[in-house]
Write a protein that binds this ligand. Structure first.
Ligand code: ARG
Length: 460
């Protein structure tokens, strides 16, 4: 009976290859829990408006619960000829409870059913991703609070720019990830709406109560238009776009970790458990986890492109194209989940090489801007101060000495306004402490930022 669910209209069975080709049960079976949850709510609503009797409702719920138990203990046999998760479960329900099982689909279509399943599933996954993100963010805060005074070079163009604190750098990561969380929370509101009741596309002739179904399933609202509700997957695209941004951020951080663990930087160590060796080069300890996450960002960008392209040519309402929404969405979810899991463990375990970072900040004339600002305070216009300091740096480059290693007499060749107090300005700690305003790298400010951050994370 391979044309089982719609045999009535057909005069020959579905071609075996076509049945295989059009089936989705191999990948949509992961929606089984949401499918059953949605069916129970639907049956409960149908009974509340008198379309089903209470006894029928109870039989359906009992049957569905035992199917769920079978699935979870691996006793359920998924059948390709039953095409998808919905028909596998419904078919089994009818086998179990008889004719009442055939009433479950009253006032419903797989079109509003699948849209509901995906929204329920994605909502749960978003909540789990939020937990992982928060764990990672708390880990960053802990590490940052240990390093509000640890100095490293800050970079622009990957060239030494100005000294910053490691805590400040970590808090930049925190900001990136906090916005990612805000995006998930915001889009969750649009995921959390109920398609059921839209039926195939136009609604249904039964006296349904959609608000009640929505309440049973914890949806904030019902989708207002039946044609839109069964067809659009913008909520999945929005999620995947937020997922792509998360991966973009993790990839940037990964790139920094790959650089920083190299023998040329040596800024941080990643514990051995996150690394692997080489089968040929005995000395190697490779930062596999960050590298892999940097690579995996590409998958999620691909998932986003797949979904956008999947949607763009579809006229209202449901089209079978939409069955292709699941694999990219699931892949994006799985990839982000795995990447966040790895990061949440790895980031708090990073060990910075404090001395190496500091020495690196001493090279590259990172306090040149401080010297220019010093001259400005002595009433030299900034452009002229820039020029003066440029000449001092040129001397330092020629002689391979930092600005702080030039003598007062040498510095005074460039401006007679330079006095002994200049050396306080040329120290790394003086440089960072001077950037003492909201958002600046001064240890005082970073401490305050970390304190505010804990509250902002709570409030999310
Ligand atoms: N497996 C289908 C999907 O993923 C379920 C909906 C099928 N609806 C239909 N009219 N063929 O979208």
């Amino acid at each position: 009976e391979s044309s089982g669910m719609w045999g009535g209209r057909f005069s020959e069975a579905t071609d075996a290859f076509v049945a295989q080709f059009t089936a989705s049960v191999q990948f949509d079976q992961r929606l089984y829990r949401q499918d059953i949850q949605g069916s129970i709510a639907h049956a409960t609503m149908l009974a509340s408006v008198g379309v089903l009797t209470d006894a029928e409702r109870d039989d359906i719920i009992k049957g569905l619960s035992s199917i769920q138990a079978d699935i979870e203990s691996g006793r359920f046999e998924w059948r390709i000829d039953l095409e998808d998760v919905h028909m596998n479960i419904e078919h089994r329900l009818t086998n179990l409870i008889g004719i009442t099982g055939k009433k479950l689909h009253t006032g419903r279509s797989r079109n509003d059913q699948v849209a509901t399943d995906i929204r329920l599933y994605l909502r749960d996954e978003i909540d789990q991703l939020m937990q992982l993100l928060a764990k990672l963010e708390r880990g960053i805060l802990t590490l940052a609070s240990q390093h509000t005074d640890t100095i490293m070079p800050g970079f622009t163009h990957l060239q030494t720019a100005q000294p910053v604190t490691f805590g400040h750098h970590l808090m930049a990561w925190f900001e990136m990830l906090l916005r990612d969380g805000e995006r998930l929370i915001d889009l969750r509101r649009r995921v959390n709406r109920l398609p059921l009741g839209s039926a195939a596309l136009a609604g249904t002739t039964y006296p349904i109560n959609r608000e009640y179904t929505a309440k049973l399933l914890g949806f904030e609202a019902v989708c207002e238009n039946s044609l839109d509700a069964v067809s659009d997957r913008d909520f999945a695209i929005e999620f995947t776009s937020a997922a792509a941004l998360i991966m973009m951020h993790l990839s940037r951080i990964s790139e920094e970790l790959v650089l920083w663990t190299s023998a040329q930087f040596r800024f941080v160590q990643i514990p051995d458990r996150f690394c692997t060796g080489s089968s040929i080069m005995p000395q190697k300890k490779n930062p596999d986890v960050p590298e892999l996450i940097r690579g995996k960002s590409g998958r999620v960008y691909g998932d986003l492109m797949s979904l956008l392209t999947l949607m763009k040519g579809q006229p209202l309402a449901y089209n079978k194209d939409n069955q292709e929404d699941k694999e990219p969405l699931f892949d994006a979810i799985d990839t982000v989940r795995g990447s966040l899991l790895a990061f949440a463990d790895m980031i708090p375990a990073l060990v910075p090489n404090i001395e190496v970072m500091k020495e690196a900040a001493l090279r590259g004339f990172s306090t040149a801007t401080d010297l220019a600002d010093y001259l400005v305070k002595k009433n030299i216009p900034f452009r002229d101060a820039h020029e003066i300091v440029g000449k001092a740096v040129a001397l330092g480059v020629r002689e391979n000495r930092d600005l702080s290693e030039l003598t007062l007499a040498e510095l005074q060749q460039f401006s007679s306004l330079i006095e002994q107090d200049v050396f306080a300005v040329l120290t790394l700690s003086g440089s960072v402490a001077a950037r003492d305003h909201l958002g600046g790298t001064a240890p005082r400010q970073v401490k305050a930022a970390i304190e505010r951050a804990a509250g902002r994370l709570e409030a999310l």
